[in-house]
Design a protein around this ligand. Structure first.
Ligand code: G4P
Length: 201
């Protein structure tokens, strides 16, 4: 998605280790016009998939889950919450998520009452790196006996294996910006892959 790529080029910062700072437009201060456009692109990519609800994980994924949900005609958004395993009780679906970026494990949870069995679910998140967050959301769908019909990602880091692994598993993954790391450590966009990804190939 050209507008997102331009915003990353204009406002993003590359940190050591391939971490991209996007706080000026994506996940701290939010460019709401861009967020709405991104939601529209997600909706266009998944309109034929009969989405019943969107599942995301707090915090930054919520922004794009909301704009996609509105663009899909106001489907509900279910937010997996992060926390510790204690006191979650039996009325929760839970999954452990290891964050490579933060080197921590958190338990995400969704109330059974918020994710009824049999729903067709679209997963949305801001970054896809190793795919651990999406794997956690897929595990929640499995426990809920829901069908994960695809994943919409704002920025996919193609130099980490999550996107490839999830596509190989058969999941339709649509990423609005796909970044690759060049030999000198700088990042560039994988335009061809982004085009084919937007077609859900
Ligand atoms: P994975 O789920 O694909 O395995 O990715 P990873 O564990 O590495 O990501 C963990 C957290 O780090 C996520 O946020 C993710 O959005 C964020 N993240 C990953 N790569 C980048 C990056 O290059 N730049 C930035 N700014 N963030 C990145 P989170 O901890 O869940 O926090 P939140 O921001 O959603 O609250």
């Amino acid at each position: 998605m050209k507008e997102l790529q331009q915003a990353i080029e204009r406002e993003g910062e590359l940190l050591p280790g391939g971490v991209i700072r996007v706080e000026r437009f994506l996940n701290h201060r939010v460019d709401t016009a861009l967020a709405c456009q991104m939601g529209q692109v997600f909706a266009d990519a998944f309109r034929e998939d009969d989405i019943d609800c969107i599942l995301t994980v707090e915090a930054s994924g919520i922004i794009f889950a909301m704009t996609a949900a509105i663009a899909l005609g106001n489907v509900p958004v279910v937010i997996a919450k992060k926390g510790h395993r204690r006191n979650l009780g039996d009325d929760m679906y839970t999954a452990d998520v290891f964050s490579f970026t933060h080197q921590t494990t958190s338990t995400i949870h969704v109330s059974k009452r918020c994710l009824p069995r049999g729903q067709r679910v679209l997963l949305i998140d801001d970054f896809l790196a190793n795919g651990e967050a999406l794997k956690g959301l897929l595990e929640i769908c499995r426990q809920a006996e829901c069908e994960a019909v695809g994943a919409g990602i704002c920025i996919e880091k193609c130099f980490q294996p999550g996107g490839q692994l999830l596509r190989e598993s058969g999941l339709k993954v649509v990423s609005l910006a796909m970044v690759v790391q060049q030999a000198d450590g700088t990042l560039c966009f994988c335009e061809e892959a982004a085009e084919s990804s937007l077609k859900g190939v």
